[in-house]
Design a binder for this molecule. Structure first.
Ligand SMILES: Cc1ncc(COP(=O)(O)O)c(C=O)c1O
Length: 395
């Protein structure tokens, strides 16, 4: 089918809608609501990073860095991954610095997937993966994570792998569910990857945000997976700098070669002074990460304590900084209607659950809250949520 008019947009661009999450942020501003929809902190970034970024700009690190990333930053990324997880990474041939993990994912998909190839995606999913698949021409095959523990049925997973499968996308710790994939689950996925010669593309941007003793296991540490995994990460969440747009992909030298080519022509490179500051970030002591996780666990518990007494059924996250809730008890027709009511009448913005599912029905009684916010913000949300009512009395 050809476009009806020159202004209609390409077939690719018209296959997906604008981001629901970013739309909720706009509605939050319109209604002056407390924004617990989009996952960006409303508290300060670490001073050490801000100082390092300012010094880099004043020191005139203001021109293009090497397209695949400044060497000291790539070395820091490789060093930390090896130190933490015992997988040897060569900074010169295996690391590509991108404009956030968003671009790392898009460059990886464009570099590795051909139109018509199938890509396995777990749902509920981080909403970018659908458009990522469409833009790269892939056919997404969805596998459901089932609440309350967000487990998958190994047979259902096995049934979507076939000769056309090119990649599986895994996000652990997971947005929106807070699931942390266990080693056994990763081994199940890995066995299918090896059997069908499939790539694992893993989004690990919440690797340090873990609760209740949960442990992050990178797919690249699973036997036989280092060469068939692209590990994606960024500064955004770990260092509370989502606006910096600095991320990276770690992969085998062969895969890195193709990812770098796409990345170069897509964006040329990530901000050079912020890569300098990234070297500082990755050199922070272990205490930084322990305190980060502890602070988020406290916020998680605070939000759980505000939501559960109000009638939200909460799925307790083990990682990342979101709480998926079931809102079936409020009697609204669906998640979108309930989210609009919350943002306009109650004054709290959330994300409708259906935006995380390709099978919209699975999200119809769910909404997602984020808790990467100051105590005051969470308390204010709690105060407003005292006004939440069931459908019978809300309108
Ligand atoms: C799972 C996941 N991946 C990627 C991103 C975007 O990361 P970045 O800022 O590095 O592009 C987000 C942001 O919310 C996310 O939740």
């Amino acid at each position: 089918m050809t476009s009806m008019s020159i202004t209609a947009g390409s077939q690719r661009a018209t296959q997906f809608t604008e981001s629901v999450i970013r739309e909720m942020t706009r509605l939050a501003q319109q209604y002056e609501s407390v924004n617990l929809s989009q996952g960006f902190p409303d508290f300060a970034a670490p001073d050490a990073l801000k100082t390092a970024a300012c010094e880099a700009i004043v020191g005139d690190v203001n021109q293009y860095a090497v397209t695949w990333g400044a060497k000291p930053f790539r070395e820091a990324i490789a060093r930390e991954f090896t130190k933490r997880y015992g997988v040897v990474v060569d900074a010169d041939t295996q690391v590509t610095v991108c404009c956030g993990s968003t671009e790392a994912m898009m460059s990886t998909m464009l570099a590795t997937v051909d139109p018509g190839d199938e890509v396995v995606v777990f749902e509920p999913f981080y909403e970018n993966y659908g458009p990522d698949a469409i833009l790269s021409g892939a056919v997404p095959r969805y596998v459901t994570l089932h609440e309350p523990d967000w487990t998958f049925d190994p047979d259902a997973l096995a049934s979507v792998f076939n000769a056309r499968t090119r990649a599986v996308i895994i996000n652990s710790p997971n947005n929106p569910t807070g699931k942390v994939f266990g080693k056994g689950e990763l081994e199940t996925i890995a066995a299918l990857c090896r059997r069908w010669d499939v790539l694992a593309i893993t989004d690990e941007i919440y690797e340090h945000i873990l609760y209740d003793g949960a442990e992050h296991v990178p797919m690249a540490t699973i036997e036989g997976m280092a060469d068939r995994t692209v590990t994606i990460n960024s500064l955004s969440k770990t260092y509370s700098v989502t606006g910096w747009r600095v991320g990276w992909a770690i992969a085998s030298p062969e895969l890195t070669g193709v990812v770098r080519k796409v990345h170069d022509f897509l964006t040329v490179g990530a901000a050079a002074p912020l890569q300098e500051a990234g070297v500082e970030a990755l050199a922070l002591p272990d205490d930084y990460y322990t305190e980060l996780a502890a602070a988020y666990q406290r916020r998680r518990d605070m939000l759980l304590g505000l939501l559960e007494p109000r009638g939200f059924v909460c799925y307790r996250p083990r990682g990342a900084y979101y709480i998926m809730t079931d809102i079936g008890g409020f009697g609204f027709d669906d998640d979108v209607e309930f989210s609009r009511y919350l943002v306009s009448d109650v004054g709290v913005a959330v994300v409708p659950g259906s935006s995380f599912y390709h099978d919209l029905r699975l999200g119809r009684t769910k909404v997602r809250f984020t808790f990467c916010k100051r105590d005051e913000t969470l308390h204010e949300a709690g105060r407003r949520l005292q006004g939440v009512a069931s459908r019978a009395t809300a309108r």
